[in-house]
Design a protein around this ligand. Structure first.
Ligand code: 9Z3
Length: 338
């Protein structure tokens, strides 16, 4: 395909997958995920796919430079733990090296593990101890981790680029189809809006010395559309909307619901995301958009509910506990339970 043809391409999901190559590990990753899903189905479990962390956009084929999306992976990793506690099996699809369930409590930047160990080297062999102040939390985290390992209810998948993410999301969502309404999608990963198609990328490191760098990027296809309408028709789909202007949160969440027809958008402001989020969902059937899809949908078609926690009165409380509890309740209604 020539560059001109690529440039004129609108990049629907279909044209994206027809022109951008799959990651090398896709088949193997999907086979492992399939095996995991089949086991969960045979045990009658609900499965949630949690996406977490930011995707990158490489600028070169031999990649030296890339654009990144903001996300430490806290939302996804923390939520995955609460889903596991609620009895869900979890496919944790995350950005390589971003936070993961359980080990997140001992992240190298906030709570490095060397700092909670003591060593007594006055005798041979030297003894290692966990500091007394760390016991309670470590026992709790480790016990849950071991329980989950024994039950085999956590499966991890890794992405780096937005291309890895899109291919994996499509493949795994198709594998989740047999679960029908028992599957939930919790799309907390921070996904690039723009990318550089492979056909436009320079093979080698872009050279400096020629003045400023101009790159024209294409829009990443809106993946929620085929996810909702083609890849999974029955799964319960929760997407996140990140804004830095709080006044945009609810209107943009409403628009996304009207455009894609999924179940919930959780809006979060970048600076307040750890103690405040808003659930936006359609009140009745699928909300209606105007013909060209540009105008604001009628607000009376949507319900909003805010979740707040107060870090001053309870500094250890995590908002993900409340988010997951609410989603578990809503998912029960979706599956026809109480
Ligand atoms: C989020 O909004 C997540 O809650 C955060 C979590 C990325 C803010 P951290 O990992 O941060 O705890 O540091 N994720 C979704 C962001 C996103 O890309 N949403 C798309 C959009 O807004 C729609 S799927 O267009």
């Amino acid at each position: 395909m020539s560059n001109e043809e690529v440039q004129s391409e609108a990049f629907s999901a279909e044209s994206y997958f027809a022109t951008q190559p799959p990651p090398a590990s896709l088949e193997e990753d999907v086979a492992r995920a399939r095996e995991f899903i089949q086991k969960q189905i045979s045990q009658g479990r609900k499965v949630v796919l949690v996406t977490s962390g930011g995707t990158t956009v490489p600028l070169e084929l031999n990649v030296v430079r890339f654009l990144d999306n903001f996300s430490a992976g806290t939302r996804g990793a923390t939520s995955a733990e609460y889903f596991l506690k609620a009895g869900y099996s979890v496919i944790f699809m995350h950005r390589q090296f971003s936070l993961q369930p359980f080990s997140r409590h001992y992240s190298h930047s906030t709570h490095p593990f060397l700092d909670f160990l003591d060593v007594d080297d006055s005798e041979e062999p030297a003894q290692i101890d966990v500091k007394a102040a760390e016991h309670t939390q470590l026992i709790e985290v480790l016990s849950q981790y071991k329980r989950v390992q024994k039950a085999g209810t956590l499966h991890t998948l890794t992405f780096v680029t937005v291309n890895d993410y899109l291919w994996l999301l499509r493949a795994v969502s198709q594998e989740l189809v047999p679960l029908g309404r028992l599957a939930m999608f919790y799309l907390a990963a921070a996904v690039s809006d723009f990318f550089l198609p492979r056909q436009k990328m320079s093979e080698h490191k872009i050279q400096s010395g020629k003045g400023s760098l101009h790159i024209e990027m294409d829009q990443v296809p809106k993946i929620l559309k085929p996810l909702v309408n083609e890849w999974t028709r029955e799964g319960y789909i929760v997407s996140f909307k990140l804004e830095t202007d709080e006044t945009l949160l609810v209107p943009k969440a409403r628009k996304a619901l009207a455009r894609y027809g999924h179940q919930v958008v959780i809006g979060n402001d970048l600076h307040r995301r750890k103690f405040e989020v808003v659930f936006v969902s359609p009140k009745g059937g699928r909300p209606v958009l105007d013909e060209n899809g540009e105008a604001e949908p009628d607000p009376s078609q949507f319900a909003e509910s805010w979740v707040h926690i107060d870090p001053a009165t309870n500094p250890t409380r995590e908002i993900e506990e409340d988010i997951v509890a609410e989603l578990v309740r809503r998912h029960r209604v979706w599956t026809g339970e109480s």
